[in-house]
Design a protein. Structure first.
Length: 278
């Protein structure tokens, strides 16, 4: 007689062992994947900002004019000049200047664009401000270190222990001569909202300002972390100072991605680049 063949299955103990091994592997690999993801965001932000600083320089050279790379500061709507936006005549088609500014609530510490106040061929004493691109935003999980939005005449030292060197990081230059949030604000005239900036002249060099008239290089440190913006019930950003937190704390000062711009040539490079996150 031939007995029917029986199929052997996993026992309950074997299945529990396999599930336990899968759980251990997941616990090991998930943090590693998160680390890679964070590191990629920082690398992407560094690459983006480096390229766009170079782009601003090229715009200045090709246009033979000063090009401002302006950044979105915290709490810009509390600036006394902000109320002047209500005086700007409403355009035939929306949005109004105030409505445009609302779209920048979630670009505080991460947003920037390029502006020129004069073009070649304009008569002396006259200018036509132009925004050269839409507003850009750094990748999620990164932002410009808060120290860059501090006073221009105070510095924060960043230490690079790998080469035993310190970098003195000064705040951005600031100006209230640039129409904000677009060239449409020029219909009322300045002063405008005070904005942080760097600028390149027609030779591609960094410009100087009245606070620090001495020529000096510019450093822009990037932070890894989160910027949380307040939103209404429809999840639309509202006027509120964002909650910016570095993760891990202090990473912009001891494990940083630093954009270094040489004042004489205007060329930018990464002084130190973090390969992976923590």
């Amino acid at each position: 007689m031939k007995f029917p063949k029986t199929k052997r299955a996993f026992t309950l103990i074997e299945m529990l062992v396999v599930i336990g091994i899968m759980g251990i592997l997941a616990a090991i690999t998930v943090p590693a994947f998160n680390s890679i993801k964070k590191g990629d965001a920082t690398l992407a932000a560094t690459r983006q900002l480096l390229d766009d600083v170079g782009f601003a320089r090229q715009l200045a050279i090709s246009g033979r004019s000063t090009v401002y790379m302006i950044f979105v500061p915290e709490n810009f709507w509390s600036d006394p000049a902000y109320d002047r936006l209500s005086l700007v005549p409403k355009p035939t088609y929306p949005p109004t200047e105030i409505e445009k500014s609302h779209k920048l609530y979630d670009k505080q510490l991460t947003g920037y664009t390029f502006v020129t106040l004069r073009s070649v061929g304009e008569q002396p004493g006259r200018s036509t401000p132009r925004y050269l691109t839409p507003w850009h935003t750094l990748p999620e999980g990164t932002f410009i270190a808060l120290s860059k939005f501090g006073p221009r005449n105070l510095s924060v030292s960043l230490n690079d222990p790998s080469i035993n060197r310190y970098y003195d990081i000064y705040g951005f230059s600031i100006t209230n001569n640039i129409p904000f949030p677009s060239e449409g604000a020029a219909q009322v005239g300045g002063p405008y909202v005070t904005l942080p900036y760097i600028a390149f002249n027609f030779l591609g060099q960094l410009t100087q300002d009245g606070v620090n008239p001495t020529r000096q290089d510019e450093f822009i440190p990037l932070a890894r972390g989160a910027v949380l913006y307040a939103r209404d019930v429809a999840k639309v950003p509202v006027a509120s100072v964002p909650d910016a937190s570095e993760r891990p704390p202090g990473n912009s000062t001891n494990a940083f991605n630093l954009i270094h711009i040489d004042w004489l040539t205007g060329r930018a490079r990464v002084e130190r680049q973090e390969i992976s996150g923590l």
